[in-house]
Write a protein that binds this ligand. Structure first.
Ligand code: 16G
Length: 250
């Protein structure tokens, strides 16, 4: 791996952006552009401070931010590495494709099935739709850099897309194009054990731990757009959320 300074370039002391943010942005970009890959080690803080002619405090601040974003991970006794787990912010309404790209991973999917139908009684209740409402179902196995990450079963109200074939790689980008991308969602997360079929698809063992996330996505006017079940491999995903006390929000 080339020295970080060669990948990122010198920081600009005259710029209005603080040095630690410039360094952070440089490291983030190096990860996004795959100049740094999962499990690559970062040089020790004192070497980075020397390379970039900044204080160790500046380096630590830059790294702390990337650790809390989940892009870097500190491992006791052995230093700081580019994270190979995916941290997903539980409070941001983003898509799988966006989450992976933000982490420098290449998202791909294989179709398990794609079909037209009408809501099941469960969907009709959870999405608040009348029986018989037309829907599309998109069932996919989702990968990051070729490694299986999640099984995803999405039901979308048919009126939200011009046709079932408009979903090529990203459902949310197709919904955005048609003006029906959800702007609010409710999520429920539950621990599960994989059955034999799920384990086989995800390259895991039967009864390995997984995380099931149900998402109901809504339009600004309150209409439900999607109801999805995403089953993640428990060893590849961390769900994180920033919490604050009710007082601090006043
Ligand atoms: C995420 C969403 C899922 C959505 C999908 C769209 C969670 C828990 N679920 O996986 O509800 O349908 O992204 O992804 O984050 P796409 O635009 O890449 O197809």
């Amino acid at each position: 791996m080339a020295p970080l300074l060669a990948l990122i370039g010198q920081l600009d002391e005259e710029a209005s952006q603080p040095l630690y943010l410039q360094l952070q942005r440089g490291i983030r970009r190096a990860i996004e552009e795959k100049l740094l890959g999962p499990d690559d080690a970062l040089p020790p803080e004192r070497d980075l401070a020397e390379q970039f002619s900044v204080s160790r405090i500046t380096v630590r601040k830059a790294i702390d931010g990337l650790v809390s974003e989940g892009l870097l991970a500190r491992r006791q006794g052995s230093g700081t590495f580019v994270s190979n787990r995916v941290e997903k912010n539980f409070s941001k309404l983003t898509s799988f494709t966006e989450d992976m790209i933000a982490r420098g991973r290449a998202p791909t999917s294989t179709w398990l099935s794609k079909s037209k139908g009408t809501v099941t009684p469960e969907e009709s209740l959870t999405m608040g739709l009348s029986p018989g409402t037309p829907v599309y179902r998109f069932n996919r196995l989702r990968f990051a850099d070729g490694a299986p990450m999640a099984l995803e079963y999405c039901t979308v109200q048919a009126f939200c897309l011009p046709s079932i074939d408009t979903v090529a790689s990203s459902l949310y980008s197709a919904l955005e194009k048609s003006g029906y991308r959800p702007t609010r969602a409710l999520q429920r997360l539950r621990a599960v054990l994989f059955n034999a079929e799920q384990a086989q698809l995800l390259g895991a063992q039967e009864r390995d731990a997984g995380l099931l996330v149900e998402r109901r996505g809504f339009l600004p006017d309150g209409r439900a757009v999607e109801f999805s079940h995403s089953l993640y491999r428990g060893d590849t995903y961390d769900f994180v959320a920033e919490l604050s006390t009710p007082e601090s929000e006043k």
